[in-house]
Design a protein around this ligand. Structure first.
Ligand SMILES: *Cc1c(COP(=O)(O)O)cnc(C)c1O
Length: 334
């Protein structure tokens, strides 16, 4: 398929490395484990959201936006990335955060506050009950001031943000060709579905041909099958692509959410310590720690035994670890 990419800003440090976790791979009986280091797509502005925002912010600027509104949890990586990029681009940023202000702020929230973004906090109940109305009210507020607001949905996961990981799949196809590997499986954490949607589409259209598995860190399989399909449908409609969700294999591995979104058990913190010590790679307790843990469990159960190589997409999230630092060494077995 001849894809014509829309306008894109160059915001991420690309290409990111694709490296073999050699010591871990020899300790685990299964395919060789490779890691696509999207946690290295920048410094404070790093992780998977930068790739999506290259397309979403290009669209916002093309439409004349001067104010960006977005939302997420109080330790949202997406909100931190958006706030920093808005500062870089000279746009005003307003974050609608689910949760309470923290004093002093840590992790992502500390960085949000550094940028001078406007931050509104909502209780979980209010955030859920008001939904899109929150955006609508603030949009009306900014328009009344003569400003041009632009709303980015949670995680920048929609038909526009999908381009980010479609392009990443193309980059990964080049990496694999250069390294002479042909992984049959790609694994990523899935939280709002956009990374998985882009990779799923891109793996097929860019000739990678690997099956993309999202390991969900909230909600469940049904939710993400529908969400990824809906992002793909919106992408095809918005960009006039002759494709439907049924053209792609959408695969979710449920069972690793644990106690809930952003709540990790001692096994996740133990894995974070282990991978840092064994490979110098830092996972986070909200997304990549759970997904990596899930991938290792599934390798042990033989799900990926038909492939010599498997790729884990490291989507970032390191600042979320600082926000949960007490739990990192709280494990009595440590
Ligand atoms: C947002 C995020 C994810 C999930 O990506 P989605 O595209 O929202 O599904 C995974 N890992 C990290 C570190 C994230 O910040």
């Amino acid at each position: 398929m001849n894809l014509s990419f829309p306008k894109r800003l160059s915001l991420a440090q690309l290409p990111t490395p694709l490296t073999l976790l050699s010591r871990l791979s020899s300790a685990v009986d299964g395919p060789r484990i490779w890691i696509k280091r999207d946690d290295m797509s920048g410094s404070a502005i790093s992780g998977n959201k930068v790739r999506k925002l290259e397309f979403v912010l290009a669209k916002a600027i093309a439409q004349g936006a001067d104010t960006i509104l977005t939302c997420g949890g109080v330790q949202s990586n997406h909100c931190r990335t958006t706030a920093l990029l808005c500062a870089q681009l000279g746009l005003h940023c307003h974050l609608l955060l689910r949760g309470q202000a923290q004093t002093p702020p840590t992790g992502n929230l500390l960085l949000d506050q550094l940028t001078g973004a406007t931050i509104s906090y909502y209780s979980v109940a209010e955030y859920v009950a008001r939904g899109d109305q929150l955006f609508d009210d603030w949009v009306a507020h900014y328009k009344a001031q003569g400003r041009q607001p632009f709303c980015i949905p949670v995680g920048a996961s929609d038909g526009d943000g999908l381009w980010g990981y479609l392009a990443a799949a193309q980059e990964l196809a080049d990496d694999c060709q250069r390294l002479g590997i042909a992984p049959k499986h790609i694994v990523c954490a899935t939280g709002s579905g956009g990374t998985q949607a882009g990779l799923t589409v891109g793996s097929k259209l860019c000739g990678l041909g690997a099956r993309v598995w999202g390991i969900n860190v909230c909600d469940d399989e049904q939710y993400f099958l529908a969400k990824v399909a809906s992002d793909i449908r919106q992408w095809a409609q918005r960009y006039g692509v002759d494709a439907t969700p049924a053209d792609f294999e959408i695969s979710v591995i449920d069972g690793y959410v644990g106690a809930g979104y952003a709540k990790a058990g001692p096994e996740i913190f133990a894995l974070i310590r282990q991978l840092a010590a064994c490979e110098g790679v830092v996972l986070d307790p909200v997304y990549t720690g759970k997904a990596f843990y899930g991938m290792l469990q599934e390798i042990r159960q033989g799900r990926f035994s038909d492939s010599e190589d498997i790729v884990f997409i490291h989507t970032g999230g390191i600042f979320g670890l600082f926000a949960q630092s007490e739990q990192l060494f709280a494990d009595p077995d440590h």
